[in-house]
Write a protein that binds this ligand. Sequence first.
Ligand SMILES: Nc1ncnc2c1ncn2[C@@H]1O[C@H](COP(=O)(O)OP(=O)(O)OP(=O)(O)O)[C@@H](O)[C@H]1O
Ligand SMILES: [Mg+2]
Length: 112
Amino acid sequence: MKFIIAIIQPHKLDEVREALGEIGIQGMTTTEVRGFGRQKGHQEIYRGSEYTINYVPKIKLEIAVPDDLAERAGEVIREKARTGNIGDGKIFVFNLESAVRVRTGESGPEAL
Ligand SMILES: Nc1ncnc2c1ncn2[C@@H]1O[C@H](COP(=O)(O)OP(=O)(O)OP(=O)(O)O)[C@@H](O)[C@H]1O
Ligand SMILES: [Mg+2]
């Protein structure tokens, strides 16, 4: 199993969620977050000799997926979250050791 954390633009959430549903992703967690990337949240305006770092609102997606869906899920997020402008986000993929469905006690990919 893999665990995907993706940071995306808030207005892309619905499109990404719908496309992930279409490939068989059954659950995800979303959180409103704030962050910055290479542009430090703005277009590098100097204030004296200092940068001001602005935190820009983003959505964090957390998705546990079976191995056979991981690559496709990453591609779908990349395609659907992309506008081509700066700030489109990042996708991080981790190995996931275990997962348990609390109600039934199922574990592993069946729990996802
Ligand atoms: N190295 C990082 N570690 C953790 N989170 C990051 C990292 N880089 C970016 N993020 C998160 O992703 C969001 C979007 O980043 P962003 O797309 O601006 O990255 P970038 O590297 O600056 O790319 P671009 O040049 O396309 O803007 C940030 O607001 C932050 O929440
Ligand atoms: Mg950026």
